[in-house]
Ligand binder design. Structure first.
Ligand code: FAD
Ligand code: SIN
Length: 528
């Protein structure tokens, strides 16, 4: 089947949905999403969204905290723009129907604090802010007559001149995007979506690692598509590991214990119940995430333990149960009463700071192709994202991209290449009956990445990962070239592409900065 739209969106998290609501008055909008519409990192977000809402705080302080967390390599102009726009974008979310908690007076928003923040500035909805944002935006999108939301549609590749038979390399100056090919997961047919503008809002790639807080859909599809289309990607070496995921080994994704709990007074402890953060940073349990995750990793390696603890017992019972009802209920489910028991925790891959390089309007290096949310790299996070700045980045860039795309669609005239775009060719391909080839390779990949490209790296570990990945890459490309497409196979291929980019960029970064930490660069001198 062939479809033609003005605004094509891949992804139905905060970035895709908020963009859709902005562009909808200006043309035909289609959102493709590979699972159920609500499934994505957005709905799992706990802590909240950072913004300067009152005079007790200031833009300068939020800017400063963001720059410090980013370890000196944020784009200052981007940081300033994002943080100054934040209150306006938050007011829009509220207008769309999203509820944030009010304080006891009922007149002001209740603000939390998380690691790296010098002020209480995190708007939240109890400890399930993301679910509330996703609910509010989805309701608004579903009731908009110009927006079609199509579930179980897996975008495979961006359509460019390559599909018109032209040679496209990373040096081709004007790569253009005409839309995407997408697999209908119910019929197994590949459809052609032609669009005047396309937004990738495909989220993160946490499933490159064996332990991650991100949902199963986070497989870096948008990043991999842009890589294959020869677009520009950036900062892929900066994978953020969240210090405190619940230690419950069989569970995927790992359940998050929000940093807001440390903001409320919970303390990290070792297996003997002793505090240890004083050895690593004067900000103790509320130091930025990279420092806390490395400290936990080091303590676990020193003691041989497979987890440490977060002690929330010092927080009053009412505040604990009232403020963190989701975490309280989850822990009870596995036999832990967090008002009495310490919570077993370990770090988990959580957020990809790098991704598709975009400018301040959300434009990628490929014409007519925008990216927003976690799949993009704006320059806001630099070497390490400040907590609760990603939901914010997603709404700010969805807005900026929408404004740009609206103008582009208004001025668009020439759709001539569309009629030359061929349909997907599946001739001669057979159904791969051996699912084990895919599941086992995915596990291998995730272990390689966890063990060699994790919180602490070295030249040897990266080289080892690169060599192992090469074999996996060749085997999987061979399988892909002779198989009918399936979602697991496409995801595996995308995870491999993201792993490759992560390792390559980690090898090229010859200085420890932000989340990139190598034992071979400990003196922090630049090496040849
Ligand atoms: P997502 O919400 O992940 O949505 C991605 C969408 O793309 C999904 O709809 C998916 O189905 C679709 N998709 C992907 N690939 C394809 C494809 N090939 N074809 C079709 N559709 C596709 N950030 C904060 O700022 N504050 C927090 O408190 C916070 N807490 C978090 C807690 C957890 C447990 C996690 C995992 C993350 C948290 N984050 C938080 C990070 C934040 O939630 C994410 O960065 C943000 O929600 C990403 O939004 P998004 O719209 O970019 O992607
Ligand atoms: C958390 O609630 O700790 C996660 C916040 C974030 O990832 O920004």
């Amino acid at each position: 089947m062939r479809y033609e739209v003005d605004f094509l969106i891949v992804g139905s998290g905060i970035a895709g949905l908020s963009y859709a609501l902005k562009v909808a008055p200006y043309g035909k909008v289609c959102i493709l999403t590979k699972g159920e519409a609500s499934e994505g990192s957005t709905r799992y977000a706990q802590g909240g969204i950072a913004a300067v809402m009152y005079d007790s705080d200031s833009f300068d302080k939020h800017i400063h905290d963001t720059l410090v967390a980013g370890d000196g390599i944020c784009d200052r102009e981007v940081v300033e723009m994002t943080i100054r726009e934040a209150p306006e974008r938050i007011r829009e979310l509220i207008k769309y129907g999203v509820n944030f908690d009010l304080d006891q007076t009922g007149g002001r928003y209740d603000l939390h604090r998380e690691g790296g923040h010098s002020e209480f500035r995190i708007l939240h909805h109890k400890d399930n802010t993301g679910a509330e944002i996703e609910r509010g935006l989805l309701e608004a999108v579903r009731s908009h007559p110009n927006i079609e939301l199509k579930e179980r549609q897996f975008a495979i590749d961006i359509i460019t001149q390559h599909h018109l038979g032209q040679r496209v390399t990373k040096h081709t100056p004007d790569i253009e995007c005409y839309g995407v090919y997408a697999l209908d997961c119910d019929t197994n047919r590949v459809d052609t979506y032609l669009a005047r503008t396309t937004l990738l809002a495909t989220g993160g790639m946490g499933n490159v690692y064996s332990t991650t807080t991100t949902p199963l859909i986070s497989t870096g599809d948008g990043v991999a598509m842009v890589h294959r289309a020869r677009g520009v990607l950036k900062d892929m070496e900066f994978m953020q590991f969240h210090p405190t995921s619940l230690y419950n080994p069989a569970e995927k994704p790992a359940f998050l214990i929000t940093e807001a709990m440390r903001g409320a007074g919970a303390i990290l402890k070792d297996t003997k119940g002793r505090e240890f953060m004083q050895k690593y940073d004067p900000r103790l349990s509320l130091a930025p995430r990279d420092i806390v995750a490395r400290a936990i990793d080091n303590e676990m390696k020193l003691s041989g333990a497979d987890h440490l603890y977060l002690d929330a017992r010092g927080i009053g019972r009412d505040e604990l149960i009232g403020g963190f009802p989701t975490i309280y209920a989850k822990c009870l489910e596995i036999g832990l009463n967090i008002t009495k028991d310490m919570i077993p925790i370990r770090p988990a891959a959580h957020y990809q700071c790098g991704g598709i390089a975009v400018n301040m309007q959300g434009e990628s290096s490929i014409h007519n192709l925008y990216a927003a949310g976690e799949c993009s790299c704006t320059g806001l996070h630099g070497g390490n994202r400040l907590a609760s700045n990603s939901l914010l980045e997603a709404v700010v860039y969805a807005h900026n991209a929408a404004m740009n795309a609206i103008t582009r669609v208004k001025n668009a005239s020439n759709n001539e290449p569309w009629c030359r775009v061929p349909d997907w060719n599946a001739d001669g391909l057979v159904l791969n009956e051996e699912q084990i080839l895919i599941t086992q390779t995915k596990k291998e990949l995730q272990e390689i990445m966890w063990n060699y490209v994790g919180i602490v790296r070295s030249d040897l570990r990266l080289r080892r990962a690169f060599d192992r990945l090469n074999l996996i890459y060749r085997e999987t490309e061979d399988l892909y070239n002779r198989s009918v497409l399936t979602e697991p196979l496409c995801e595996l291929r995308n995870l491999i592409a993201c792993s490759y980019l992560t390792i390559k960029m980690a090898m090229a970064r010859r200085k420890n900065v932000g989340l990139h930490y190598s034992l071979d660069l400990l003196d922090n001198s630049v090496k040849a």
